[in-house]
Design a binder for this molecule. Structure first.
Ligand SMILES: [Zn+2]
Length: 209
């Protein structure tokens, strides 16, 4: 699965948060369709609502489809998902990927990034990144990832501000992102085994999601 969120703050039009991520993911689907390839696994896109209110769209989908973090009773789809990839950090190109603590994916992602070194992407870090929809998947033990992006002026200018408008998008960076995500999700869908998972988290009954 791939995804981003469609909602935005009202001061601007939400170009970098997160029309950019949504547009990149739609372009990924267009690329895969244009190539007319059939993959071993289904590739699904989710464009979430209410991310800005607390990831409600993706949390609702995960709860209905895979598991409720409050009881961690796994639904049948839980064992079928290989990975979820998210874009939600502005217009800057991909520099690498956060492992979200999943060390077993390091060598897999390193290999998948190798052809993109000349596009500036190569870093694989064990670090977590938070604040967006991959956390809904990670929260029920499914591999959910975000890419490391060039920050450009995301935190200093456009994020949740009246400057979050079309002029601040960098077309070539968006194309670079779509290219790399298309390759990642293609490899994921063609891989015989699912991506390795972290241990399942315990149920969190106090967390109302
Ligand atoms: Zn936001």
């Amino acid at each position: 699965m791939i995804g981003g969120h469609l909602d935005s703050w009202q001061a601007g039009t939400g170009a970098t948060d997160n029309a950019s991520g949504s547009a990149v993911m739609m372009e990924v689907m267009r690329i895969l369709k244009a190539l007319n390839i059939s993959t071993k696994r289904t590739i699904r896109i989710g464009l979430w609502s209410a991310e800005e209110q607390g990831l409600w769209g993706s949390r609702g989908y995960v709860k209905k489809t895979f598991a409720d973090p409050a009881d961690m009773k796994l639904l049948p789809e839980h064992e079928k998902l290989s990975a979820y990839y998210n874009i939600d950090n502005g217009t800057g190109k991909i520099r690498g990927i956060y492992l979200q603590g999943n060390e077993a994916c390091r060598d897999i992602f390193k290999a998948w990034l190798t052809p993109f070194k000349d596009l500036g992407a190569g870093t694989v870090t064990i670090n977590n990144t938070g604040g967006t929809d991959h956390q809904s998947f990670d929260g029920v033990g499914l591999p959910g990832f975000q890419f490391i992006q060039d920050p450009i002026e995301y935190d200093t200018r456009t994020h949740h501000s009246n400057m979050d408008v079309y002029d601040h998008l960098i077309e070539d960076d968006l194309k670079q992102m779509a290219t790399i995500v298309a390759s990642f999700v293609y490899h994921t869908a063609q891989r015989d085994a699912k991506l390795p998972r972290k241990p399942l988290p315990a149920a969190r009954p106090a967390v109302r999601r």
